[in-house]
Design a protein around this ligand. Structure first.
Ligand SMILES: Cc1cc2nc3c(=O)[nH]c(=O)nc-3n(C[C@H](O)[C@H](O)[C@H](O)COP(=O)(O)O)c2cc1C
Length: 205
């Protein structure tokens, strides 16, 4: 028989949100299965992302979703950009190949961008912070659905070349690429050093 108090405590909003936050993990495409995430689930992630806080209600997050054969097209474009922006002596063919395979192994790819407010009244850093909050909403929603993902921010991804390709202006910024897919193995466990090491608490009590 279930102890009602324990069951209630386990299912409390606080416990649910704490467990969800703790279990969110960055999981790379190499660990994805070939099972496709339903588009409806991705839309729910995007709707939840859209509820991020936003100074001045600028809602600066923009998402460019690639799925189906568009994944491979994006992966190849990223490999090409990497080639263009890398000096020949530092170019690594394996890195270019990984940009393609990571894209092809994912169910959906989401380019994360910040659309700059025309008046530039809100500081740029606050607009970037708002987009980061939106990505956290998206990632937590994916976690709640058992969908794996990770935020990647390589040079090719955050390049002017990709920004222009997506029709974004010089004032806008690409902040990364979010890879989504189902995990093919066990959900990994994360680690953090204690929060007490990062807090200065002042009080007269
Ligand atoms: C803005 C941002 C950019 C990131 N870019 C990369 C990246 O380019 N490559 C990578 O391996 N991980 C990247 N990560 C994910 C971190 O590696 C990951 O959050 C960290 O290892 C902690 O793991 P966890 O998210 O599972 O707790 C990024 C995270 C953030 C917030």
């Amino acid at each position: 028989m279930t102890n009602k108090n324990t069951a209630d405590a386990d299912a409390s909003p606080l416990n649910i949100v704490t467990k969800l936050i703790e279990s969110r993990r960055s999981i790379k495409p190499v660990d994805f299965s070939d099972h496709r995430v339903e588009d409806a689930l991705v839309w729910q992630m995007l709707r939840n992302a859209n509820w991020a806080p936003t100074h001045g209600m600028t809602e600066p997050w923009r998402f460019f979703v690639f799925t189906g054969s568009e994944r491979s097209t994006l992966g190849k474009l990223l490999a090409e950009i990497y080639h263009q922006i890398t000096p020949p002596e530092s170019f690594k063919p394996a890195k270019a190949a990984k940009l393609v395979s990571n894209a092809e192994r994912s169910s959906h790819l989401i380019v994360i961008a910040m659309k700059r407010q025309v008046s530039e009244k809100i500081p740029e850093v606050e607009e970037i912070e708002a987009v980061a909050c939106a990505v956290q909403n998206l990632h937590l929603t994916a976690t709640a659905m058992g969908v794996a993902g990770y935020w990647s921010s390589g040079k090719a991804i955050c390049s002017d070349q990709l920004r222009k390709h997506l029709g974004l202006s010089t004032y806008d910024r690409i902040l990364g690429l979010f890879y989504l897919g189902y995990l093919s193995s066990d959900w990994p466990i994360g680690t953090r050093s204690p929060v007490e090491e990062k807090v200065v608490w002042s009080s007269d009590a």
